[in-house]
Design a protein around this ligand. Structure first.
Ligand code: NAD
Length: 433
């Protein structure tokens, strides 16, 4: 029976490798349409929680996941042996940067090595982890072919399909975000198209996995470069004595030819600060310098230092030194209303403030504690002692913060997100970017 027919009659079994921000929503969506789904993760605790019907991922409510687990449609495993039962295997493991800021594909390699021990003819393998153009074809396909002695494209299928999830987005999720798929042969493309069409509204086929890999990198490079541009505009406005947010909001009234991007304390998360560097790395191997990417990266990574400068300006305004000042960082998640602090610029701001001798604490109801380079830091419990800080710096514009109250009680506020835009009256103690 072909994969397409198995998907149609819901007898296909899908394995999802990596149950994080990308893999768990996918596995739950897959199981939600009646496909038996086997989640695999190397973290025993994560697997146990899934099997107990408890979701760690904000976009996956436990109330949605638990019934699927109870019905046996979704099960989680640490052993890769279950791959033997699967018709399709989707890999969603991390792709970070190495210490030298080069692509670190080791998680994909390890997951592929584990999967290939149990692969069988006719299976479809889909890579969703962001990587550089050519990776699926040049690295993953040979690994699978060598391990199995089978021919990709005829005896088993391989495709790349970038994950586009936007954590915390209430409007767009797995079902209604168009999925891009690219197989290494037309047969692979049909198989991957059939898989995703069974639980995603729109699936767009491209001609190759390389093209699908590049689509993802274009999307995230587009964001990184535009944010880099607007961050530089913020630096220029700061020199010109202009409020950059007022400038952008006015420009955004143009109904065509302008799309607003907003400046902030720098890029965060697992995608925008990292993915473009996969592309520039690949091009460097081809003796080509990706200039826009490198410039945007330089500007974006310098933003936390600019925030610290604004804190220094604010303290200076009240004849205070940074050294010895008590500073509260408001929000360490990399964006509003989520608990993910990976690559968050707020962490860099915090470290830089401390390096300048400030006494720094943070408050983030979404991130009660975080671990960085072996060191754990805990959020303060509430803002009851806000008046006792010399300065509060808003690094994440969570909706739970009461900005009017913060501006009333904090002696100085540095607002890197324009979160205080609705505060009228005396704003002399509020500093923007
Ligand atoms: N988070 C996002 O917003 C987002 C959006 C689009 C694309 N992506 C891409 O998706 C990929 C996954 O990102 P994520 O945010 O879900 O990461 P994550 O860290 O939240 O989850 C990855 C999971 O994979 C597991 N894992 C690691 N190695 C494994 C292995 N060898 N076998 C099985 N499980 C393994 C980890 O334990 C973890 O649970 C990355 O390439 C990322 O760039 C992420």
């Amino acid at each position: 029976m072909s994969l397409e027919s198995k998907i149609q009659d819901r007898s296909a079994v899908i394995a999802v490798v990596g149950l994080g921000y990308v893999g768990l929503p996918l596995a739950v969506r897959c199981a939600g349409v009646g496909l038996r789904t086997l989640g695999i993760d190397i973290q025993q605790a994560r697997v146990d929680r899934v099997n107990a019907g408890i979701s760690d991922i904000g976009d996956v409510p436990s109330e949605i996941m638990a019934p699927l687990v109870k019905a046996g449609t979704l099960t989680a495993h640490t052993s890769f042996e279950v791959i033997k039962q699967a018709d399709a295997v989707v890999i969603c493991v991390p792709t970070p940067l190495s210490k030298t800021r080069d692509p670190d594909n080791s998680y994909i390699i390890k997951a592929t090595e584990a999967v290939m021990k149990f692969m069988k003819p006719g299976q479809l393998f889909v890579l969703e982890s962001t990587t550089y153009p050519g990776f699926t074809r040049e690295v993953m396909v040979p690994m699978l072919e060598q391990a199995s002695g089978l021919k990709a494209g005829t005896e088993f299928h391989v495709a790349f399909s970038p994950e586009r999830i936007d954590p915390g987005n209430e409007k767009y999720g797995v079902r209604n975000t168009t999925k891009i798929v690219g197989g290494i042969t037309p047969a692979c493309s049909s198989a991957v198209h059939a898989l995703y069409s069974s639980f995603i509204d729109n699936v767009r086929m491209v001609s190759s996995p390389d093209c699908a890999e590049m689509v993802k990198l274009l999307e995230n490079t587009f964001r990184a470069v535009n944010i880099g541009l607007v961050n530089e505009v913020a630096l220029m406005c700061s020199k010109l004595g202009l409020n950059v947010f007022e400038v952008i909001d006015a420009a955004a009234t143009k109904p065509f030819g302008f799309m607003p991007f907003y400046p902030g304390p720098g890029l965060g998360g697992h995608c925008i600060p990292i993915d473009p560097l996969y592309l520039s790395w690949k091009l460097r191997t081809m003796n080509y310098q990706a200039r826009f990417i490198e410039l945007a990266d330089a500007i974006n990574t310098a933003m936390p230092a600019h925030v610290v400068q604004r804190c220094q300006d604010a303290l200076n305004d009240q004849r205070k030194a940074m050294k010895g000042s008590k500073i509260l960082v408001l929000g360490v998640a990399y964006k509003r209303d989520i608990d993910d602090y990976r690559e968050s610029p707020a962490l860099t701001v915090l470290d830089l403030l401390e390096a300048k001798g400030a006494h720094v604490e943070y408050f983030d109801p979404h991130v009660p504690s975080y671990r960085e380079e072996g060191h754990t830091r805990n959020s303060i419990d509430n803002l009851s002692k806000l008046e006792s800080y010399d300065l509060a710096v808003i690094t994440t514009d969570h909706r739970v913060f009461d900005y009017a109250d913060i501006c009333k009680r904090a002696p100085l506020v540095v607002d890197t997100r324009n979160a205080t835009k609705l505060i009228t009256g005396d704003r002399s103690h509020i500093f923007t970017l």
